[in-house]
Ligand binder design. Sequence first.
Ligand code: BG6
Length: 470
Amino acid sequence: MSRSYYPKSFLWGGAIAANQAEGAYATAGKGLSISDVLTVGEGRIRRVTLDVEDNQVYPSQVAIDFYNNYDNDIRMFAEMGFNCFRLSINWTRIFPTGFEEEPNEEGLKFYDRVFDLMASLNIEPIVTISHFETPLELVRQLGGWDNRDMMPHFLRYCEVLFKRYGHRVKYWMGFNELNNVIKIPYLAGGLFITEGENRNQRMHQAGHNMLVASAHVKRLMDEYCPNAMMGAMLSLSGMYPATSHPEDVLSAYQMRRNSLIYGDVMIRGDYPAYAARLFETLGVTLDIEEGDMELLKNNTVDYLSFSYYLTCAVDHKTEMAADTGGPIGVDNPYLEKTKWGWPIDPIGLRYVCNELYDRYEIPLLISENGFGARDTFVDGKIIDDERIDYLNKHLIQLNEALHDGCDVIGYTWWGPIDIVSAGTGEMEKRYGFIHVDKDNDGHGTLKRTKKKSFDRYKAIIESNGSALFE
Ligand code: BG6
């Protein structure tokens, strides 16, 4: 008979990003971020317009209007029993273009109100400093993170956050899914790469610059809030060889290193031995400035947070497709998929926790895991049994990982309330335990309705995992 191995101190909650939830894109002095000029996909490719065009739907601009509904929404999270909530600060609320010398007080006040409310409800904030919200003006003028001139603007922003919120935020993370700069470079690294440019060079240089920036951020955090903890945040959905063909096994191993390289630098403090050959193969020459390596060595992170949605199967002859949830490989005949083609693999979560804990031996936080699906009302209710099944099975496997000895300190379900999809811009790719009345064209009342999964997650949290075994 299984039992819960979730520790009493376990952080239970959910995660969102400002650009996918807040809306109010031009309110109280906010400037445009890179996500505010992304169109809606729905089977089509999401376009970056680099300016606001007429007759386009830009889903992030209104999103679910969390900006004006945060009080109600966070109270609903408290009702589910959340003791933590991961959110990002919208850089452009604080520095509208990124270039200002002084922060926008109105923007800072918004997060004061959010943190006040969370404190009153005993919800621990977990804060992502940059989650696909780079100021558009910085990108227009500097071209994104392959330009080191981004650094002072980012660090000025971070310093303001530590000074203002350092006394109330214990868990920080710098860049969301830093390793995705080599998969979804526009969102993760503010890189707008055009045809004919040296893609690998730009992406990997941006990766290095972001690693150096992250080390600076850790240094600043230690200075302003010595009791806080800094996490790496990486996209680490799992990876298997498609067959036992040695070429597949080797390809899967090498491909995994393309992501782990970022964990290796942020946690161990240096580029791993395999990095030199990787860059050589890609024709990449990194511009590493004097002092960079020492900074990386002296400012490693305190915990590793990661997103886990799926596993992919690597066939050495087939090119992988990039997606927000992780790379998509060839079909794995043992796994079912979501409507968006993401393989569902609860055991993979146990596998990845063990893989990462074996490698790094620092606390792990699962900062994203979730199930994107279409929901329908029947007699005024949403009976989302598939989402419940995904939740139950992943949490049972996480319990196995805890039993295996992995030090996992928390779990934040991605999108506990329906929000805009980062990858496609759709509202109808829903993750929430709470439904939001809005469609892909931006129509709807924004009314919130609990789904069946709301009570299920509540019961799991209330019992600290025991309900999974009843
Ligand atoms: C992660 C991102 O990559 O995947 C989130 O950190 C994103 O911002 C999530 O929403 C799920 O992807 P999508 O495309 O379904 O929203």
